[in-house]
Design a protein around this ligand. Structure first.
Ligand SMILES: *[C@@H]1O[C@H](CO)[C@@H](O)[C@H](O)[C@H]1NC(C)=O
Ligand SMILES: *[C@@H]1O[C@H](CO)[C@@H](O)[C@H](O)[C@H]1NC(C)=O
Ligand SMILES: *[C@@H]1O[C@H](CO)[C@@H](O)[C@H](O)[C@H]1NC(C)=O
Ligand SMILES: *[C@@H]1O[C@H](CO)[C@@H](O)[C@H](O)[C@H]1NC(C)=O
Ligand SMILES: *[C@@H]1O[C@H](CO)[C@@H](O)[C@H](O)[C@H]1NC(C)=O
Length: 326
């Protein structure tokens, strides 16, 4: 608990910086003075282990058991985070920043609080449709983005049904749970932070070479685009699309793809070929967001530049009080 308290302050500063960078990237007309009002009635999120707050362990308790073991959740309140992080995930910074409480996963059926939205992200969930999924195979789940969007669709059916009963019968006993504000589906924030799982897992398992990973980028971004368009076709009017951190700086990949050849590294000691996957993904994602803005003029798309936040932390860890950036 002391540890959690001690981290509270720096976590806060980090979150504020991250949000500023998130908003300022590619939206140069916005500055700190003009930050949008973040009091969304609810936040709905989609993606993989970088956003999952407990769906995968709820679905597959054995396969994902490690998220309840040290160091996962070590710095999280109650030390029971169900996340692939020792502390908070980007979605948590948004939720804590706005609501001061965690973000709950769709599959949570005990001690959840869904008043301000639900998280559909699943650790091991790919952007492209899952095919040939087998149980207990590493960090894989069948909950790819298309399944997550179907979950959301199902969620909206239940939500509207609950409100129908509440309003028709005026009997609060029928609906014994807190719900997001009525008619708020078209005023909520939809966060899409996907793509990592596909590249990372296949590189980690050495099923792909960095060059093969690069070849799949257009397909992966296309699947993300399809999921976003589905959300827009349902209810979304504000979508935050988050780009990928530099994969060639991820410690496990630095280890697995370590090389004697100094040409494979950039001046900071990170893997150039693998970073090229992230930068290519981010470039195509940025073009996709530009196209989405033109196609759906009734929707606001934000591009969250997590990549540059991550790079900034690696380049000047001391200004974030980070002692071991890797
Ligand atoms: C870093 O830690 C020091 C000492 O605890 C604290 O005074 C300072 O505010 C922290 N800076 C940031 C950016 O969190
Ligand atoms: C932000 O939006 C909420 C909900 O619409 C509203 O209650 C609140 O007053 C707004 N805050 C600011 C600073 O505009
Ligand atoms: C993915 O699955 C959805 C149904 O959930 C389907 O509509 C779509 O065509 C599939 N995409 C591909 C590339 O197979
Ligand atoms: C959102 O949808 C509700 C109906 O569910 C409608 O009454 C309202 O006008 C819509 N709001 C916006 C901003 O489109
Ligand atoms: C925005 O436009 C798209 C395409 O025309 C439509 O499917 C979607 O329902 C619209 N969203 C809202 C909230 O009106």
């Amino acid at each position: 608990m002391d540890l959690a308290k001690r981290n509270q302050r720096s976590v806060h500063i980090w979150a504020v910086k991250a949000l500023l960078l998130l908003v300022s990237y590619n939206v140069p007309e916005l500055n700190a003075k003009a930050l949008p009002n973040c009091s969304y009635p609810a936040v709905y999120s989609f993606g993989d282990s970088l956003t999952d707050t407990g769906n995968s362990i709820a679905a597959f308790p054995d396969q994902f058991a490690q998220v309840e073991l040290d160091p996962y959740g070590f710095e999280f309140p109650m030390h029971a985070a169900d996340r692939y992080s020792d502390g908070k995930l980007p979605i948590d910074y948004l939720e804590f920043g706005v609501r001061g409480r965690p973000n709950y996963p769709w599959l949570r059926s005990i001690a959840g609080d869904f008043e301000y939205g639900t998280n559909f992200a699943s650790a091991g969930g790919s952007s492209r449709n899952s095919t040939g999924w087998k149980p207990d195979h590493g960090f894989n789940t069948p909950f790819s983005l298309n399944a997550q969007v179907r979950w959301f669709e199902r969620y909206t059916v239940r939500l509207l049904t609950y409100y129908y009963y509440k309003n028709s019968f005026g009997d609060s006993a029928v609906v014994q749970t807190t719900l997001p504000a009525e008619n708020s589906l078209n005023q909520s924030l939809y966060m899409m932070y996907a793509g990592f799982q596909y590249y990372f897992f296949d590189l980690y398992e050495k099923k792909l070479t960095p060059g093969q990973g690069l070849d799949t980028v257009p397909d992966v971004v296309d699947a993300i685009n399809t999921a976003i368009e589905s959300l827009v076709g349902l209810y979304a009017t504000e979508v935050l699309v988050v780009n990928l951190p530099p994969l060639g700086c991820i410690p496990s990949l630095l280890t697995l793809f370590s090389s004697q050849n100094s040409d494979e590294y950039d001046t900071y000691g990170y893997l150039k070929n693998i970073n090229l996957i992230s930068t290519t993904h981010n470039k195509i994602l940025q073009d996709t967001v530009t196209d989405l803005r033109a196609k759906f003029t009734n929707v606001t798309f934000y591009l969250g530049n997590l990549h540059d936040v991550y790079i900034d932390i690696l380049k000047s860890p001391e200004s974030y009080n980070v002692t071991k950036p890797l």
